[in-house]
Ligand binder design. Structure first.
Ligand code: ADP
Ligand code: MG
Length: 724
């Protein structure tokens, strides 16, 4: 079978080789990103019409819905009242006649030409004794025989019909599959095929387009989905292993004096999850292979402690550590928190009189003065600073470390892969630092395997004890308070303000989050400034209210944040600048206005700003969603406070495109596979990829696999993954 066709070759063959595909059709196909025969064969049917399951017009009960395969008898269009038009089409399946009606869809006349076959879906009604369907879904299927008819996506508007595609696919299959063609290379070994119960590639390509029955479709899909996920995992596992092979890091000393002291000084017990995760990290740190680990943990799970433990391990071993946060506010907060945690600790220093000195933690951000910055930069280079905390400023060119041992990146979603690799090269020692990436926006495990497939994953799935669950309520109302006539304020809104005042008089504090700063166009969006003005004069007139948004000067922002932390402000009206990390345990109410404008992850983050102390906390979602997804998001937040559970819902609502998009640009080869539906296959594919790569790291004895993978990778990638 050495002369069988591989995918690289298939990608080189243009669709214009097919009969009937000239310049015009080629360019129409290109509009669907179908240019090569590979594109065409992986242009999969959107669905199938199973003629064995078809209903008959004569048997339809009025009021019921059905799919029917019909032939058009005639179609007319006429004008009706109000300048509208009505297309009526009479169709039959041989058992009876059926009338289809469409309003204002003149183009249907060209679609439903006499003699054409169409699959229609809709509800049958009786109108003046005649069976009728109004605005049914129509798929033209051409005069196809066969029991299962594929329907291809979006084929009509461009002038490409589903039967054209059917025909070209048929020709492509005829010329590639035996007996006429050479057949496809199957890069999977017989052992893998049987282990995972997969059909051959020849079978899969034929059956996905020309199935004899729906079971064949199932088998074909299973194989093709596995192929997609396996290629993806193979690339990720190869990358992970290649990095492990080529990078040398420090083998840190674990359980050194600092870390021992740190653990002993903690005012509380570590949670079981923290112990487990710190263990996983220490295992990585002790090896000279640099760590690449993702720490997923819900808001408030105690990631900071884990990060500090990792950084102290580096310092214990005579190296430095860095923590990179996404915003200035967060970086500053980390500085304060971490200095407090490390208060009184000392590190050995032979140059000092007492052979030790206090551990040194410094902030490097754009707000640090030029003089301080200069000093900090030189101390970093000399190794006199043990832990650097900062924003993007940490990865600027001027920054170098003496020996950077551990890097922690907080809230990964704001950082790109490139920035991660820049940090890696900042150290004079030439060692690759161990890297811990923390995210409070959990994504489902199988999605993590794909999105962060080149990282190991640790999960902090336990909240510290003593937290009281947050009570979430949804007030169905627009948050446009400033135009009272626009919203009839429901009673719950009054109850909400009552709660706000009651909590404040009990000594607690409140956040009110608004989506946008300025009054935006005509959208009924709560504006922070207006809301602030309004509330100060109405609901919250007795309270100390502060305002925080992105256009306030850094100095004023600091002032406001400090007053809020110190309890001098009762209420903070803010934009999403408080989304991540801000930690004021005394705050017990989070009000989110026009909440349906936020995504699930963001809402969960915002909500996580309360419930951090021992007091019972509430989250009020004020929103009158305009979409079903908006409704679903509100309902999800009310139903669950578990970030991982919410992540699953989010993935279901948004699809994986958004998650993959961020990190897999250009590498997204998922046409059939879904990270949600095919969770189990993701795991199977990953395990299979690990097995293959670990027994054959350069894929030398899997040449078909290697060449197939190469055709999916960008040039530099292939080089890196396959040639070392
Ligand atoms: P995250 O970054 O995961 O959202 P933090 O690290 O900010 O969470 O921790 C949230 C709060 O919980 C902090 O005030 C921290 O001091 C506290 N905390 C962390 N671990 C524990 C623990 N094991 N027991 C009690 N409180 C803890
Ligand atoms: Mg945090």
């Amino acid at each position: 079978m050495t002369d069988a066709i591989n995918i690289a070759e298939l990608k080189e063959l243009s669709v214009s080789l097919l009969k009937g595909v000239g310049a015009k059709r080629s360019s129409a196909l290109a509009g669907f990103e179908v240019e090569s025969l590979f594109d065409l064969l992986t242009y999969y049917p959107r669905r199938y019409i199973d003629r064995t399951k078809e209903a008959k017009i004569s048997e339809m009960i009025p009021g019921s819905e059905a799919s029917l395969l019909v032939t058009v008898e005639k179609t007319d269009v006429r004008r009706i009242r109000g300048g509208k038009s009505l297309v009526t089409s009479t169709v039959t399946d041989g058992t009876a006649l059926l009338k289809l009606t469409f309003f204002n869809q003149n183009w249907r006349q060209k679609q439903l030409v006499e003699g054409r076959q169409a699959m229609i879906y809709g509800k049958v009604d009786l109108y003046r004794g005649q069976r009728q369907m109004t605005n049914p879904v129509v798929d033209l299927v051409g005069n196809r025989t066969g029991r299962v008819i594929p329907v291809y996506p979006q084929s009509e508007k461009s002038g490409l019909h589903t039967w054209d595609i059917t025909e070209w696919v048929a020709e492509a299959l005829r010329r590639t599959l035996p007996p006429k063609g050479r057949g496809f290379v199957d890069p999977l070994s017989d052992q893998i095929l049987s282990e995972h119960d997969l059909v051959s590639r020849d079978f899969a390509f034929r059956a996905i387009h020309q199935p004899e029955n729906m079971f064949e479709v199932t088998q074909a899909r299973k194989r093709l989905i596995f192929d997609e996920l396996f290629r993806m995992q193979l690339a990720l596992v190869l990358r992970k292993r290649a990095i492990e092979r080529t990078e040398v890091g420090a083998a840190h000393q674990i359980s050194g004096p600092l870390i021992k002291q740190f653990k002993a000084n903690l005012p509380f017990e570590l949670t079981g999850a923290q112990v487990k995760v710190i263990g996983e990290i220490e295992y990585d740190l002790a090896r000279s292979v640099p760590m690449h680990r993702l720490l997923q943990g819900d808001v408030g799970a105690g990631k900071t402690l884990v990060a500090v433990a990792a950084m102290l391990t580096a310092v214990d071993s005579g190296h430095q550590a860095a923590l990179m946060a996404p915003t200035e506010v967060l970086a500053e907060q980390h500085l304060v928190g971490i200095r407090k945690l490390l208060d009184g600790m000392t590190v050995t220093d032979d140059s000092s009189l007492f052979k030790d000195r206090p551990i040194k933690v410094e902030l490097l951000s754009n707000r640090v003065s030029t003089v301080d910055k200069k000093r900090i930069l030189s101390q970093l280079l000399l190794g006199e600073i043990d832990i650097a905390i900062g924003t993007h400023a940490l990865i600027q060119e001027s920054v170098s470390f003496d020996s950077l041992g551990v890097v922690v990146i907080d809230e990964q979603h704001r950082f790109g892969v490139e920035q991660r690799s820049i940090l890696r090269e900042k150290s004079r020692s030439g060692l690759s630092p161990d890297m811990l990436v923390m995210t409070a926006t959990p994504i489902p495990r199988t999605a993590a395997m794909t999105v962060y497939g080149d990282l190991d994953v640790s999960i902090l799935d336990e909240l510290p004890p003593g937290r009281t669950p947050i009570d979430t309520k949804w007030v169905r109302s627009s948050a446009n308070f400033t135009e009272p006539e626009a919203t009839a304020a429901p009673e719950e809104l009054d109850e909400m303000w009552d709660q706000v005042r009651a909590q404040v008089s009990a000594g607690r504090q409140v956040y009110i989050v608004c989506p946008l700063i300025d009054e935006s166009e005509k959208l009924s969006v709560a504006s922070a400034e207006e809301t602030y003005e309004y509330l100060q004069h109405t609901e919250l007139s007795e309270l100390q209210v502060g305002l925080l948004h992105g256009r306030i000067s850094p100095a004023d922002k600091d002032l406001t944040m400090d007053s809020f932390r110190a309890g001098k402000l009762d209420v903070l009206v803010a934009t999403t600048v408080i989304e991540v990390g801000v930690d004021v345990p005394n705050a017990t109410i989070m009000v989110i206005l026009d909440a349906d404008r936020f995504g699930i992850a963001q809402l969960h983050q915002l909500r996580g700003r309360v419930g951090r102390g021992s007091h019972r906390s509430q989250c009020w979602l004020v929103s009158d969603p305009t979409t079903p997804e908006g409704e679903a998001r509100m309902a999800a937040l009310v139903a669950s406070t578990d970030g991982f559970e919410l992540a699953e819902v989010d993935l279901d609502l948004r699809g994986e495109g958004t998650i993959l998009g961020e990190r897999q640009k250009g590498r997204n080869d998922l046409k059939l596979a879904s990270l949600r539906r095919d969770r189990n296959t993701v795991v199977e594919a990953r395990n299979c990829a690990i097995k293959v790569v670990d027994s054959d790291p350069g894929l030398e004895s899997n040449e078909h696999l290697a060449s197939e993978l190469e055709s999916f990778l960008e040039e530099g990638d292939a080089e890196f993954l396959l040639k070392n």
